[in-house]
Each structure stands twice: as structure tokens, then as C-alpha cells.
Design a protein. Structure first.
Length: 305
């Protein structure tokens, strides 16, 4: 591994640590404010921080056509709406479950993305993906269903909905990102999500400035670090790293969610839940390896003889 690739891998690893710890920060922040208030403030903060970066990125890219500007606005709106639903379900779900458990259930989107591509776009995911789906189903059963009976708890159901919404958001970004400026798309997503969250918070929660100030550290962490910085680390890190390595490194987000939940919040998982986490992590790795294998095979097929 050369120096650039090593640096890129370390940046992606740092991003995974930041994202994983954000689950604990999000849960801790709701000790002082409601879920929509928390999401609204942190997403608006992330969007504001992204404004200078997006302006610089667009300046480097040069003038764009009216059609590209239209796609930029449409992509920001659709991706922002999906991100709003995903983060809202996640934030509310964290009220009822642990940060570590939330991290692994949310990671289901990594398996759902290729499956959704097969259902809606008729892209065959491959045998490894189906194996990952099977492992994910077993993992979710161990994580969400108590040993004494079949009953998915409220927080688990909300987080499953979050994973589905993140699946749509990822597919939407995958569609628009090659056509528009990526940093501007991220800025618009954050601002739309933050604005919608604050609108709902006004009607459903008591917004208190003292509560926001008490939750300042979790808000700043999950807004600036998890949002703006984490996204930037991903972009910079992936420039010099093999896609397979990058995908596997970023999957460690779920592992760090469990570790930081245990360290920062004193959370403890049962043996059944730990087994579910291990199986979910294996499902995530299978999904990423399948995508990488398919990509490598496609490159070989396209290689001129």
C-alpha cells in the first residue's frame, strides 16, 4: 500500500469512527431536547458549515448550464426529503433503543441498496448479496425479537424504517451525484432536512434555548463532525483508495457505534444481541465484497484485448 492509499484509508477510518460515535452523541443530546429539535439544529449547522466548501467547489467547476442547475435543485429537494425521513426515524428510534443496536440495524441499508436496485432497476445483485440478505434477516431477528417471543420493539421498527429511507436516499444520491456538484448536493440535503425538522419541532415539541445549549456538544459533534467533516473525509479518502478497501473501512461505522455506546453511555448488549451484530456485520461485508467483485469483473470485461 503506497503512502496516498494509506492516508486515504486512515481518513476513511476516521470518518467511520466519527459516524459511529454520532449514534451515542445523538442519544445523549435527546436528554435535553426533542428529536426533531435536535435533528433540525444539527442539520442546519451542518448545512451552514458546508456553504463555503460548496461555493469553492462550484467555483473550481466553472459555469454550469441551466439544465444542470435544475437537476441540482431537484436532486437536493428529493435527496433532502429522503434524508429527512431517514434521520427523523433514526432520531426517534434512538429514544427507545441503544446506540450500538441502532448502528447495526441502520447498517441494513448496505444490503437493501443492491436489493432495491434489483427490484426497481432490474440489476441482478448476485448470489453473495442474497446470502447477505439471509444473514441480515437472521441478525435482525436476534437483535429485535426477544428470546421469549416474536415481538419487534417500537425503536427497532422505527430504525428498520430508517434503513429503508436511507436506501432510497443512497439510490437518489447515486443518480444525481454524477450529474451535479456533490458538495452542493450535500449542503442542500442538510439544509432541507434541518428546515423540515425545525418546522415539525415548532408544532410538536417545546423548543427551549437552555435545552439546546445543554445539548450543544452532541449537536456540534453530530452536525459539524458527523455531517460536514465526515462527508468531506469520505470524498477525500476515496480518491486514493481501492473501492473494496474503502467500502469495508466505512462499514466499521456500525462497530464503532457499539464501542462508543458502551464507552460513553455505559450500554451493555446481551449475548443474543452481540451474535446479531456479528451476523449483521458479516452481511454488510458480503454486500460490499459482492459489489467490488462485480465491479472488478465488469472492468475486466471492458478491458480491450
Amino acid at each position: 500500500m503506497n503512502r496516498k492509499a494509506l492516508r486515504g484509508s486512515l481518513l476513511l477510518l476516521l470518518g467511520a469512527v466519527i459516524w459511529g460515535a454520532a449514534f451515542a452523541a445523538q442519544r445523549a443530546g435527546m436528554d435535553h431536547v426533542g428529536p426533531f429539535t435536535f435533528s433540525g439544529v444539527r442539520m442546519l449547522l451542518a448545512g451552514i458549515v458546508m456553504i463555503p466548501a460548496s461555493m469553492l467547489s462550484r467555483r473550481k467547476a466553472g459555469p454550469v448550464t441551466a439544465e444542470v442547475q435544475k437537476k441540482q435543485r431537484r436532486g437536493g429537494l428529493i435527496c433532502g426529503l429522503l434524508l429527512f425521513f431517514a434521520t427523523s426515524l433514526q432520531q426517534i428510534g434512538l429514544v427507545y433503543t441503544s446506540a450500538g443496536k441502532a448502528g447495526f440495524i441502520t447498517a441494513l441499508y448496505v444490503v437493501l441498496v443492491p436489493v432495491a436496485g434489483w427490484v426497481f432497476l432490474r440489476k441482478q445483485p448476485g448470489k453473495m448479496i442474497w446470502a447477505g440478505v439471509g444473514l441480515a434477516v437472521i441478525a435482525l431477528y436476534l437483535l429485535c425479537v426477544p428470546a421469549e417471543g416474536f415481538q419487534i420493539e417500537k425503536g427497532d421498527a422505527l430504525l428498520l424504517g430508517c434503513a429503508v429511507c436511507f436506501t432510497g436516499q443512497i439510490l437518489c444520491v447515486d443518480h444525481y451525484a454524477p450529474q451535479v456538484d456533490g458538495l452542493t448536493l450535500a449542503r442542500d440535503e442538510f439544509l432541507i432536512t434541518g428546515a423540515l425538522s425545525m418546522i415539525i419541532a415548532v408544532f410538536t415539541e417545546e423548543i427551549r434555548m437552555d435545552g439546546i445549549l445543554e445539548a450543544a456538544f452532541p449537536i456540534i459533534y453530530s452536525g459539524i463532525l458527523s455531517g460536514a467533516v465526515g462527508y468531506s473525509l469520505q470524498i477525500i479518502g476515496q480518491r486514493d483508495v481501492n473501492p473494496t478497501v474503502a467500502s469495508l473501512v466505512m462499514c466499521l461505522e456500525a462497530v464503532f457505534a457499539v464501542l462508543t455506546g458502551a464507552i460513553m453511555l455505559g450500554e451493555r448488549m446481551t449475548g443474543r444481541e452481540i451474535a446479531g451484530c456479528v451476523l449483521m456485520f458479516c452481511a454488510v461485508i458480503l454486500a460490499q465484497l459482492s459489489a467490488a467483485f462485480k465491479g472488478n469483473r465488469t472492468q475486466k470485461e471492458r478491458k480491450p484485448t
